[in-house]
Design a protein around this ligand. Structure first.
Ligand code: A3P
Length: 309
């Protein structure tokens, strides 16, 4: 553990988005030291099992939603939509997070195969990359992901006066200096993996799922090895999962209105994970120049790939 702390202390460092909360660059991405510590420990100690399913995303890309959908699908024979733990626990508390022995530590459902993480694809433990376990990933249009992150971190900031301006945060985001950033590299890493190993990595887009969620619930269920039968579909199971996990439903639950969790030095209220849940909200915050800058960066990063938003 001392070695890990020493390794982190010697990494490239940036002041980050909040005074007193620096970011360090580890294996090409930026993150806070406590999360890097978890990642290093998981790289050293985590042993994936073929039945594991990793629920992956960059922050503010629809993690809360994907976790809820994956959990509802996998546990649907155990609970119906009136007894689901999603009604009384934040979806982040229904799925353990990857750490050195993550799933065994804080698992709430015996046998639950799901494990959540924001770790970039290339930095996942070797046993995850090399075993038969599955990975599902959700990405979001980067301008919306930035705006969402800016608001989330503003709410989480212990001292609001120390929080930086939208313009400064945008500069940092474009430079790749955001949690688990560069954001575009995070997306591209999982997209490439989904092209190379389509049986292992399912790549989903927030915007497409928002347009019509039902086919993606079917796809996700099939991919994870929990296919929804025709009988279930006819009985309305897909629609019920969509409704249970919808922004409207989850954001209005008591647990998500009032629940609070300590996350390292910060107090995080569950309602921070629910803001607007809209596509294209960036238009209310970014200037044309800012949008063009990020669009250009996307063109450069994704040039030569078949990927675009
Ligand atoms: P906005 O800030 O744009 O509203 P994450 O879950 O990765 O932290 O991402 C949070 C973003 O997803 C927030 O976006 C939040 O409102 C939105 N979100 C949370 N739950 C959702 C749901 N069930 N359906 C759709 N969007 C959701």
């Amino acid at each position: 553990m001392e070695n890990v702390k020493e390794t982190i202390a010697n990494l490239p460092k940036d002041d980050g988005w909040n005074a007193g909360y620096p970011l360090y660059q580890y294996q090409g991405f930026w993150c806070s030291p406590n999360f890097i510590e978890d990642i290093i420990l998981s790289q050293e100690g985590f042993k994936a099992e073929p039945t594991d399913i990793f629920v992956c995303s960059a922050p503010k890309s629809g993690t809360t939603w994907l976790k809820a959908l994956a959990f509802a699908i996998v546990t649907r024979t155990r609970y119906d939509t009136s007894t689901s733990p999603l009604l009384s626990k934040a979806s982040h508390d229904c799925i353990p997070t990857l750490s050195n022995s993550g799933k065994k530590l804080d698992i709430c459902e015996p046998g639950l195969p799901l494990i959540g993480t924001h770790t970039p694809y290339h930095a996942l433990p070797k046993s995850v990359l090399n075993s038969d376990c599955k990975v599902v990933y959700i990405c979001r249009e980067p301008k919306d992901a930035f705006v969402s992150l800016y608001h989330f971190l503003a709410k989480r900031a212990p001292n609001k006066d120390d929080y930086l301006s939208l313009e400064k945060a945008f500069d940092l985001f474009c430079e790749g200096k955001s949690f688990y950033g560069p954001y575009l590299d995070h997306v591209l890493g999982f997209w490439k993996a989904s092209q190379e190993k389509p049986h292992k990595v399912l790549f989903l887009k927030y915007e497409e799922m928002m347009k019509d969620t039902e086919p993606y619930v079917m796809k996700l269920a099939e991919f994870m090895g929990y296919p929804i039968s025709r009988e279930e579909e006819e009985a309305g199971a897909v629609w019920e999962i969509v409704r249970l996990c919808s922004f409207e439903n989850l954001s209005n639950l008591d647990v998500n209105k009032t629940g609070v969790k300590q996350q390292s030095k910060a107090k995080v209220e569950n309602n921070f994970y629910f803001r607007k849940g809209k596509v294209g909200d960036w238009k209310n915050y970014l200037t044309t120049e800012m949008a063009e800058r990020l669009d250009k960066l996307m063109d450069q990063t994704f040039a030569g790939t078949r990927f675009s938003f």
